[in-house]
Design a protein around this ligand. Structure first.
Ligand code: LER
Ligand code: MN
Length: 271
């Protein structure tokens, strides 16, 4: 049975992005607890030491877990990615992600590699970029495994990466890594653009998937677009990890969170 989560962004530079809550961790934990979520997914500016005790205290007070932590601030704040042309930039990207894996480990939460994967092009061929991505995932996956956590790798739609855009191709790539600690993050918004059949792609690769971004076709909260959730939910009944709302705060944060919870309960009611 899946568990429910909802995102909060603490990154000012990401304003306008697809995160439900924007008004700090206290507001996110309290509103999510009120609505019945199991966990919060945190998009933080970095491995902020002052955030650690605050999040631990809020988690203990509300009973909500931390579902995952994003690493995209490495891209939006520092312009870093794992397949950059310069070796020194790639090293900084890895250092940033390693520090975010350690930050997440404070809350037993895996880190997500989404936009930090970068893209191939210019002087970096596709083959070279995949070699760099594979090296980075091996090293960072082993680091996450050391904390008994997976590392979540997210295929993105074609406008955001040219490395892996489909679940099957990403699953095949991850299965060839030396580490077994890298799991896929399947984002329904990206899948709606790239997959021929979302439910079939989830079903065929379910054992490789460790986290889902639960969102509608237009990147609004579930129920506010035209996604057909019936077949998706049928596949996900046995999914034992988080469905996390990574969606625009439309028409406002609380309504987006409420809509998500309504759909989560409709399809995944405890029986
Ligand atoms: C980016 O589009 C995305 O879906 C995020 O989860 C990546 O960090
Ligand atoms: Mn996503």
């Amino acid at each position: 049975m899946p568990k429910s989560a909802v995102t909060v962004s603490l990154v000012e530079e990401a304003r306008g992005g697809p995160f439900v809550f924007w008004d700090g961790v206290e507001h996110a934990f309290e509103t999510a607890a009120e609505l019945g979520f199991d966990a919060i997914e945190i998009f933080a500016p970095g491995p902020d030491d002052t955030l650690i005790p605050q999040v631990k205290q809020l988690s203990a007070a509300t009973g909500l877990a931390v579902a995952a932590v994003g690493t995209g601030a490495g891209m939006v704040k520092h312009g870093l990615n794992l397949t950059a042309t310069e070796a020194s930039e790639r090293a900084k990207a890895r250092d940033f992600i390693r520090s975010m894996i350690d930050f997440g480990a404070e809350f037993d939460a895996p880190a997500i590699i989404g936009s930090m994967q970068g893209r191939w092009g210019g002087p970096v061929s596709r083959e070279e970029a995949l070699g760099l991505l594979s090296e980075a995932l091996n090293e960072l996956g082993a680091h996450a495994g050391g904390a008994n956590l997976p590392l979540l790798y997210e295929p993105l739609n074609r406008y955001e990466t040219n490395l892996f855009t489909t679940t099957a191709a990403a699953a095949e790539f991850v299965s060839q890594l030396d580490t077994s600690h890298v799991k896929l993050l399947a984002d329904l918004f990206h899948m709606n653009i790239e997959e021929a059949n979302i439910a079939a792609a989830l079903k065929d690769n379910l054992t490789a998937i460790g986290h889902i971004h639960f969102v509608d076709s237009n990147r609004q909260a579930t129920g506010l677009g035209h996604m057909d959730y019936e077949p998706i939910a049928a596949v996900l009944q046995s999914f034992d990890a988080y469905l996390s709302a990574e969606a625009f705060p439309l028409p406002d944060s609380k309504t987006a969170a409420q809509k998500t919870m309504e759909m989560f309960r409709r399809y995944f009611a405890a029986s």
